[in-house]
Write a protein that binds this ligand. Sequence first.
Ligand code: FAD
Length: 394
Amino acid sequence: MTQRNHDVVVVGGGNAGISLAARLLRSGCRDVALVEPKAVHHYRPLLSYVASGMATLEDLRRPQADVVPDGCRWYADEAVEVDPTRRVVRLAGGDELGYGDVAVCPGSEVDWDAIPGSAEAVGTPHASTSYLPEHAPATWDMLAALTSGRAVFVVSDRHVPCAPVALKPLLTAADHWRRTGVLDAIDVDLLVEGDVLVRHEGADRVLRDAVASYGIRTRFGTTVESVDAAARSLALRTPDGAATASYDALYLAPPHRAPAWVRGLATPGSDGFVAVDPGTLEHVEHARVWGLGDVATVGTLPSGGALRKQVPVVAHNIAARRTGRPMRRYDGYSVAPVTTSRRRLLLAEFDRDGRPEPTIPFPDLVRPRLATLLFDRYLEPPVYWHRLLRGKVS
Ligand SMILES: Cc1cc2nc3c(=O)[nH]c(=O)nc-3n(C[C@H](O)[C@H](O)[C@H](O)COP(=O)(O)OP(=O)(O)OC[C@H]3O[C@@H](n4cnc5c(N)ncnc54)[C@H](O)[C@@H]3O)c2cc1C
């Protein structure tokens, strides 16, 4: 075992970790290390377009080496523990990294165990998800091939990253079915675990209208308890009691969970996500431990858009904690871009309490538009690669 020391160690080289490492280096921090095991980086928002037949996996992949910022020491290893008492990050390979500050951002992971049978189901041609790169292309294959029968779309509200974007494959598929003249032959059910489509009143209204315009039946407060892949049926818990539903095509936005190894940074008895002050993003018990991104308990919808605000707050607060300057606070800003058809998209931006927080006052981006869809599909990816991941957006 060897121990190396770094001023700041960032655990996880996804959207949060790369943006933060770049931001810290830009602001003059000279010794930033990154722990990230994967050799390929994904721009995950495009997965919804892959699942809608409007992008390919090639559009969203880059070698990790290309996105790790210059000057950042990259450990291509997995963290297995953050020990705030000894101030070290332990790596799967056995080495330890001592830190001045550590930022924990390994994201969340699909929790197939939460719905018994769901992992088996997505191994068949009749079920899929946009939430994993290995399944996103098959989602569109499945939806595009359907010309009659029953399609069931399931949206969990258990830590799903940017959950409303699960409606993208639904509404682009419904539009495709309408254009190809088969929509009337397909029964489409949308099963939503929560009580809204998006936590923004105006956008929720627009989305409900869009969903209804395709004849899709929405059932709120409905949880899928298990999937029988062989019988192609779901066991449901609904507000009226137990029920079953059969499917010819099943789309899942499945529950997510925190990685097991961060449990030591969670509040005892909680669901295992890293316990940070939702304003400062510093750990509630351990000074100099920071949490951001999908793994952190920040009381708002986890999203890449949220990181535009979280990253500058953490970068500022790491320095502020050292010099005694006032800390900055994250207000819970998050965002959900949702297509209402293959030619229109709305953008819902809101704070922790669901209050609208538009980045630009005009035009009203909650109104679905072609221009907003083109921006989301074609302009956001270069902004991600060339600005967000380089720590340039505040
Ligand atoms: C299908 C889909 C569509 C989405 N659409 C949108 C959208 O349109 N708009 C939007 O704003 N957001 C969207 N999001 C959400 C957005 O992608 C996430 O909120 C964002 O990626 C979170 O960043 P993160 O860095 O916290 O986690 P991730 O991006 O998941 O990155 C975590 C990183 O940590 C690494 N890691 C994991 N375990 C370890 C370990 N033990 N040690 C070291 N490293 C580790 C992983 O390999 C990964 O690289 C979408 C997400 C998905 C899945």
